[in-house]
Ligand binder design. Structure first.
Ligand SMILES: NC(=O)c1ccc[n+]([C@@H]2O[C@H](COP(=O)([O-])OP(=O)(O)OC[C@H]3O[C@@H](n4cnc5c(N)ncnc54)[C@H](OP(=O)(O)O)[C@@H]3O)[C@@H](O)[C@H]2O)c1
Length: 274
């Protein structure tokens, strides 16, 4: 990836934890940026050593990241971010594209803490970014145009699916996809435990449950089908699946799942207001 001039793009990470590493790894493996052009900062070497292992440069100075890189991801915990932004604000220029991954920190808060014309975007990632199967959304601030959004989207597709949404949908994404990883794990666990109850060995049951989720997800995405269609295709009259589905509906799975997404979204909105 090269910038408009002859200098290569340099990608910075302020905060070098799990999410920063997942994004950096995705970008490097997809060839979107060379490892030597990535600079990450954090107060300790605890996580920076993982960046060095990837071939990236590291520093303990957040300002150095801004002074070196034109695209910078802010990947600290949300409560730390305001102090970090205040620290780097004096070295932010109109050349920077600044991307926050912090859950619950609004674009208006980010813009208040940065110089008035700073180009700011938010990304809401989820943990499967670690295996390049993330489901991400991005939202852009007042001074980030469609070209910055498209640029970021193209980069982040190295870590999974990435779509632009209005900021109001970011908290819903957190409920659906950020927290959704835990909901899906609960379902996978329950699916496997049903098989264990019926006599299947535990390891095999968990592997098959996870693969069933993966295969079903691939079919839904590749065929662009509505889940109800695929579900109908699996049901034969008076067959095993319709008996199982009846039991699921009696157990209230659908209502419980909808409530889980609603509860997680409401909590994300509540945290955003703090
Ligand atoms: N994990 C997820 O599934 C997920 C999903 C959606 C959004 N997010 C968002 O992603 C962000 C990062 O989450 P994470 O799970 O990657 O967190 P994490 O693993 O705890 O990493 C946080 C990083 O921030 C660094 N840090 C702490 N204080 C700093 C400072 N003053 N200046 C610069 N860096 C500082 C830490 O330094 P040390 O290495 O020295 O400890 C660490 O490298 C959060 O805002 C979270 O809301 C995460």
């Amino acid at each position: 990836m090269a910038a408009a001039g002859s200098d290569p793009w340099r990608v910075g990470f302020v905060g070098a934890g799990r999410m920063a590493e997942a994004i950096a790894q995705g970008l490097i493996r997809a060839g979107k940026v060379e490892a030597q052009h990535v600079l990450a900062s954090a107060p300790t070497d605890r996580n920076l050593c993982h960046f060095r292992a990837l071939g990236c440069k590291t520093t303990h100075s957040n300002q150095e990241v801004l002074q070196t890189c034109s695209l910078v991801f802010f990947a600290t915990k949300p409560h730390i971010l305001p102090a970090v932004l205040a620290e780097v604000a004096p070295v932010v220029t109109s050349e920077h594209i600044l991307v926050s991954v912090a859950a619950g920190v609004s674009l208006s808060t980010l813009e208040e803490l940065l110089p008035p014309t700073a180009r700011v975007l938010r990304v809401s990632p989820n943990l499967p970014c670690v295996v390049h199967e993330g489901a991400m959304v991005i939202a852009r601030g007042r001074h980030a145009g469609s070209s910055e959004a498209e640029f970021l989207q193209t980069l982040l597709e190295a870590c999974g699916q990435c779509e632009e949404v209005p900021e109001a949908q970011v908290d819903i994404h957190t409920g659906l996809s950020g927290s959704g990883v835990a909901f899906v794990c609960t379902f996978s666990e329950a699916l496997a435990e049903g098989a264990i109850k019926m006599g299947m060995p535990s390891g095999l049951a968990h592997r098959i449950a996870a693969q069933t989720l993966l295969g079903t997800a691939k079919m839904l995405l590749q065929k662009g089908q509505h889940p109800a269609q695929l579900r109908t295709d699996v049901c034969t009259p008076s067959g095993t699946t319709i008996y199982g589905l009846h039991a699921l509906e009696q157990g209230g799975l659908r209502a419980a799942t909808m409530s889980a997404v609603e509860a997680a979204t409401c909590r994300a909105k509540e945290l955003s207001r703090k």
